[in-house]
Write a protein that binds this ligand. Sequence first.
Ligand SMILES: [Ca+2]
Length: 214
Amino acid sequence: MKFWNYGIIIVCVSMLVLSSGVVSAQTISDGQNDVIKSQMGSSFQTNQTKPDVDVKQITCTITGDTLTLELEIYGTIQQISPYTYYAAVNTTDYQYIIIMGDGHASTIVADPAGSDYFLDNPEPIVGEHTISAVFETHGNATIVEIFGYAKYSSISISPDMYQDWAPDSRGPEVSFDTGGDASKTTSNPSTPGFEAIAAIAAIGIAFILLKRRK
Ligand SMILES: [Ca+2]
């Protein structure tokens, strides 16, 4: 093989290596009308309709030094009591959290033990259906797990609580025999399209260039 051909292969392998570190993402999609209603912390009723606490999707995307976390619901984000919205991503070194309760939204970045944390975190962005935040990454930011919930709870007015978790396995009803529908949760643990496209492009370029040199 000629020196030129080695050069092409080195360039293409480099593209593959670089592309694999640029973007990583994970999404959990959650079913509609699967809100859980409970009274005084028990007697769970599943598949309830309450759009404003019905989780639709949680997405985490890491691009370079930026981590974007977003919680999306089917209804409208309610910036009032007694609604709570929560989304978290566990990475190798830190947990990134968005939380909004009683209309007050904030973000947290801490290690799993909660002993090491950052104070200078981004303001959450609240939309009609979404609440999101764009964090700066700290340490090793490889995605380990994402999860979240939306909750309506008003002890003072009514003992009813409505909540929806994603993935479903995080929900409070899992320990009860409700026949929870785990099939509604789809997880995409590795990453997407971008790396596959970059890989195909790199292989394609290598193939074309090598063919030309023959
Ligand atoms: Ca849902």
